[in-house]
Design a binder for this molecule. Structure first.
Ligand code: ISL
Ligand code: CA
Length: 549
């Protein structure tokens, strides 16, 4: 397997609105991140992925961009941005920007021109179609509920929006659109940023017949109708040829619809497209026909299957990023761990998993102190456009508010977006003003200041793992293989190269579990564990151990 810096790097994701508010207006900002650069360096991460910080009306918290060349004033100025970039580089860290170019905001100048009249030169920057039988052009549904088409009275036509109606989809068929996008990418790369996380990149090429979708689940529609359109690879290869290849950067493609069967088409070493992907297969586990608020059961077996299948699919030709949550999903400790009795143990277990699987780990802000989901009381406390849209849709169909809020508290995106918990002071030390979204009341127990002082705390455990990854290349480049166990709550695997063999044993349950390793026990040494006195005995609840032969 080819060795290269972005494979051994560890990414840390910052959701700018919720990281640190330096001026007390309730909104996290770039100056706030600058204040915390030493914290990030102390943690030991290599690359920061910064959520969108561009000009935006914030219908979807910055994933609806109205000007790609401006920093949103609530986050700071271009000068603040430059200092942030410099501060990261001084500390040996790199910066990934979020590139959101499947759609713009409806308040972007291109769209404002586009909607004026059918002959406007910008008309063709977006997808405009006539209605059918008094309704939208087809039956496509938006990710955030309702039709994916919005009627615009000015020209009596509909425009396509796969996400909210304030996020019209860009028409990549138009070469001018593509050149405009490349210009945006060049602008930020020329400032010195180190790469991009590309938002919903498999969606940029549309199936232009816009045929109705008749498939059993929304996920099927995404996979087979919205994603991986006919020209997607032509477009990404053009972007690579014209822009990306001229810089020493890293690129991560995000996206629903990148399945293991098409993964290598995006990241195969011979493809000249992207370096790695955030696939969402394990994130969409539990999604029923109607998506996240229509849950179905799943378990560890399905998670392991996806990990194994993807590892095989990538082989030595492609690469993924490994993560268990981000700003679009519930907190991983609440979702996959036990956020009550075994919060610390399961936080560390998930840390060990992310940092010892094959792929570039991505840590979401707050995981390093064990942050959990929040219980919001009513819809007015919810902030996410997705939650609000589905609330309207489901309550209109007869669901009562309390039932919906329960669903939102388990599966909604606001869980991951509450302010970072820095200390015990008011607002968890996030900032002096009332935060834009409620602080999790558990901040008095769970916060950076107290976690950092615990020698056996979660933060220190992350530090140790990050250090180990630097010193044990087998954890980066070694082969991966699951070691199946009788107990279904266990995930045990091996990492191996010519000179080293490591085993990772994880107990995803509140019960003690016995496990087996394929070598004599006297040849094993515990490198790290989340309980004191880890040996070879049975695994205790949520116990995680890393062994070396
Ligand atoms: O959170 C989801 C909606 O249920 C995911 O399906 C999400 O839409 C998908 O992972 C794409 O996410 C990205 O693009 C969206 C934005 O809302 C997300 O925050 C972003 O990560 C549209 O730009
Ligand atoms: Ca602020």
């Amino acid at each position: 397997m080819k060795k290269i810096w972005w494979k051994s790097a560890v990414i840390y994701q910052i959701y700018p609105r919720s990281f640190r508010d330096s001026n007390g207006d309730g909104i996290g900002d770039l100056e706030g991140i600058i204040e915390k650069l030493d914290y990030l360096a102390e943690l030991g991460v290599d690359v920061i992925w910064l959520g969108p910080i561009y000009q935006s009306p914030n219908d979807d918290n910055g994933y609806d961009i109205s000007d790609y060349y401006q920093v949103h004033p609530e986050f700071g100025t271009m000068e603040t941005f430059d200092r942030l970039l410099e501060g990261l580089h001084q500390r040996g860290m790199k910066l990934l920007m979020d590139l959101v170019v499947n759609h713009t905001s409806d308040e972007h100048a291109w769209f404002e021109a586009s909607r004026q009249d059918t002959s406007n030169p910008h008309r063709d920057f977006y997808f405009w179609r006539k209605g059918k039988n008094g309704g939208p052009p087809n039956n496509w549904r938006s990710f955030f509920g309702g039709s994916a088409w919005e009627h615009d009275p000015t020209t009596d036509e509909y425009y396509l929006h796969i996400f909210s109606k304030k996020q019209p989809d860009l028409n990549w068929e138009n070469p001018t659109v593509r050149q405009q996008v490349y210009q945006i990418i060049r602008f930020w790369l020329d400032k010195g940023v180190d790469g991009f996380r590309m938002d919903v990149i498999p969606l940029i090429s549309k199936r232009l017949d816009f045929a109705d979708a008749h498939l059993p689940t929304f996920n099927d529609v995404v996979n087979q109708v919205y994603s991986n359109g006919p020209r997607v690879h032509e477009f990404i290869q053009e972007m690579y040829r014209e822009v990306l290849q001229h810089y020493d950067i890293m690129t991560v493609g995000e996206g629903p619809g990148i399945s293991k069967t098409v993964g290598l088409d995006y990241v195969g070493e011979d493809r000249r497209e992207l370096n790695m992907i955030f696939h969402l297969d394990h994130m969409f586990l539990g999604y029923g026909p109607d998506g996240r608020f229509d849950p179905v059961p799943y378990g560890l077996a399905e998670i392991k299957q996806i990990i194994n299948d993807w590892d095989k699919a990538m082989g030595d030709q492609g690469w993924i990023s490994v993560f268990m949550d981000n700003h679009d999903f519930p907190r991983m400790i609440s979702r996959f761990g036990n956020d009550q009795q075994f919060r610390t143990e399961s936080a560390k277990l998930l840390a060990m998993m992310i940092l010892t699987l094959r792929g570039t780990p991505c840590i979401y802000q707050g995981s390093e102190i064990g942050m959990t989901n929040i219980q919001l009381q009513d819809i007015h406390e919810c902030r996410d456009v997705e939650t609000h849209n589905f609330y309207r849709e489901y309550t209109a169909k007869g669901m009562d508010e309390a039932t919906f809020i329960e669903l939102a508290n388990r599966y909604g995106r606001d869980n991951a977006r509450t302010p970072m918990q820095w200390d015990q002071s008011p607002n968890a030390g996030f900032g002096a003003g009332e935060p834009w979204i409620k602080v999790n009341p558990n901040y008095t127990d769970i916060n950076v200041a107290s976690e950092i002082n615990r020698t056996d705390g979660i933060f220190r455990f992350y530090q140790q793992l990050l250090h180990l990854r630097k010193n044990l290349p087998v954890l980066v480049y070694g082969s991966y293989g699951e070691l199946p166990q009788d107990n279904p709550s266990l995930f045990v695997y091996q990492r191996q190269d010519e000179s080293h063999t490591c085993f990772v044993a994880l107990n995803f349950s509140d019960q003690v579990a016995t496990f087996q390793l394929p070598v004599p026990t006297d040849s094993l040494q515990v490198v790290l564990g989340n309980y004191p006195d880890a040996g070879l005995s049975n695994l205790r609840p949520w116990e995680a151990r890393l062994y070396q032969v």
